[in-house]
Design a protein around this ligand. Structure first.
Ligand SMILES: CC(C)(COP(=O)(O)OP(=O)(O)OC[C@H]1O[C@@H](n2cnc3c(N)ncnc32)[C@H](O)[C@@H]1OP(=O)(O)O)[C@@H](O)C(=O)NCCC(=O)NCCS
Length: 394
């Protein structure tokens, strides 16, 4: 029997009994290098650009809120449009009390990313037009999520750490508001700027796994919240957004600059993946990582503690020498959030707080020009096995 199955599956691999074109078609594991759709939201060709603007310029001269507008509307706002946009975000930041209560009631051991996914799912029930997928409705609900996700993250965090809830501010800028709701302290200019730049850099990245998940859900004509929940689920994984939390675990495990080289050499010898290194599409380094590293240096200087930067430098050098791999954005962002006084469990949720803008733009783009995303697979299992009824199988 086993040999019949093996024979049948070998036949299938060779394409016997299948449409010849399916068997002959080349297939790319992980869809590597495949163009799976068109987008006008961002490109990585010739350097990362959002809606045609280079990320270096956006990180230097724009704010996250401006970038959110750019991603959702496709163009930079005028001063008046920007003022209106900010006012709507402030008005939209109130999370319905039953959801705040519910999020607090979830058992304490639940990971923050799971709680956030549940919170976003619950918000759908407070949107009476949940199934209206017009662009205007999707922009309005995207803005509510941009405003409310930081509140969900901070409210849950402070509750489980027995700290009083901090209401969203109507005067602070977006990055300072998130930090202040979490930390409950005043935020200085460098912390605010570093947070702002990290949010800009995390906002959008064409067809990454979570964005693609959101587009697949949207392509079935499902609703906006379902697409965002799928994206949050995809982002959580350590090969995607979850990497930023694992990076901090690595840095903590290494402990000291003296330990760094031997730690990373041992890890690589054991074929361990070093979180925060490598990228499916950036083979020569992630331009976002370079930008964020400069903020890590400034924050480390401010703290008068260079140890973590020294550990990071040593690991970067060894991983490049040994594997030819360079850091991705999650590598500096873990240190950056650490310097900002944030606990590790918040790192991937903060990625959500930013990437929701890119996801929303992609959901809108997919809905406006939809075709069901339904690829084919190459079947490698057995075929036409003789079926024995259960009663005869002993
Ligand atoms: C992001 C990532 C999944 C992309 O990987 P990919 O394009 O699918 O490449 P592969 O997983 O096929 O890896 C190719 C080779 O590089 C190695 N490699 C890739 N990333 C590595 C890492 N971070 N540390 C050590 N080795 C790594 C693989 O082990 C493999 O080696 P091998 O050919 O000797 O088996 C991968 O680099 C990774 O796992 N990085 C760590 C997680 C991370 O930082 N994720 C955030 C991405 S923004």
């Amino acid at each position: 029997m086993a040999s019949a199955i093996i024979k049948a599956s070998q036949d299938v691999i060779r394409g016997k009994g299948m449409e010849p074109h399916m068997a002959e078609q080349q297939y790319f594991p992980g869809l590597e290098g495949i163009i799976a759709g068109e987008t006008s939201i961002s490109t990585i060709e010739g350097g990362l650009q959002y809606r045609g603007y280079r990320i270096e310029e956006l990180a230097r001269d724009a704010s996250f809120t401006e970038v959110a507008y750019l991603l959702l509307h496709g163009q930079l706002p005028s001063q008046e449009q920007f003022a209106d946009f900010k006012a709507i975000l402030i008005e939209s930041s109130e999370v319905p009390e039953p959801i705040l209560e519910f999020v607090r009631e979830i058992p304490l051991h639940a990971p923050p990313m799971d709680v956030l996914r549940t919170g976003v799912s619950a918000l759908a029930h407070f949107d009476p037009q949940c199934d209206d997928d017009s662009t205007d409705s999707n922009i309005a609900r995207a803005m509510r999520l941009i405003a409310q996700i930081p509140v969900l993250i901070a409210a849950r965090y402070r509750y489980i750490h027995a700290e009083p809830y901090v209401e969203p501010s109507s005067t602070l800028r977006f990055p300072a508001n998130i930090l202040s709701m979490i930390r409950g302290t005043e935020i200085d200019a460098l912390d605010e700027e570093a947070m702002d730049v990290s949010l800009i850099l995390y906002a959008e990245h064409e067809f990454n796994a979570s964005t693609f998940a959101a587009r697949v859900v949207t392509s079935t004509q499902s609703d906006f919240y379902s697409a965002i929940c799928a994206a949050i689920g995809a982002l959580k994984g350590p090969l995607h957004g979850g990497a930023n939390e694992h990076v901090m675990e690595v840095l903590e495990e290494v402990g000291s600059p003296e330990n760094a080289e031997s730690w990373v050499r041992t890890a690589l010898a054991k074929k361990q993946r070093i979180m925060g290194f490598g990228h499916r599409v950036y083979r020569d380094g992630d331009p976002r990582a370079e930008i964020l590293k400069t903020y890590c240096r400034q924050l480390a200087d401010k703290a008068g503690n260079e140890e973590l930067e020294q550990i990071a430098d040593t690991i970067e050098k060894v991983v490049l020498d040994e594997k030819g791999l360079r850091p991705n954005l999650d590598w500096p962002s873990a240190r950056l959030y650490h310097y900002l006084g944030l606990d590790v469990e918040l790192y991937t949720p903060l990625f959500v707080a930013s990437r929701v803008t890119g996801w929303a733009a992609h959901i809108i783009e997919q809905a406006e020009n939809n075709r069901l995303i339904r690829p084919r697979s190459r079947y490698i299992g057995p075929v036409t096995l003789p079926f024995t009824p259960l009663s005869d199988r002993g």
